[in-house]
Write a protein that binds this ligand. Structure first.
Ligand code: TRP
Length: 77
């Protein structure tokens, strides 16, 4: 158990595409930060994504609604 009692993979984000052709990109954890996975979502598709040993950041292109522990975000307003 880490000192703060939390594992990075306890964190999830929920992404809902508000248009076709949204791209969700996973970026690597560690010394190099690079794209390792690209996922395409069409309108109204939902992806539930974890942070993992391999993924430290998630980049999103296109209009979405995102739920995180920090709140609900939209990038079209
Ligand atoms: N193989 C990746 C991993 O285990 C899959 C993945 C997890 C992913 N979370 C992601 C891909 C977020 C894109 C975005 O880390």
């Amino acid at each position: 158990m880490p000192e703060n009692g939390r594992f990075y993979y306890d964190d999830y984000v929920v992404i809902k595409a508000l248009e076709n052709g949204v791209t969700v990109i996973g970026l690597t954890r560690g010394k190099d930060t690079r794209f390792h996975h690209t996922e395409k979502l069409d309108k109204n598709e939902i992806m539930i994504a974890q942070f993992t040993e391999h993924t430290s950041a998630i980049k999103i292109r296109g209009r979405v609604e995102v739920l995180t522990k920090h709140g609900k975000l939209r990038n079209d307003e």
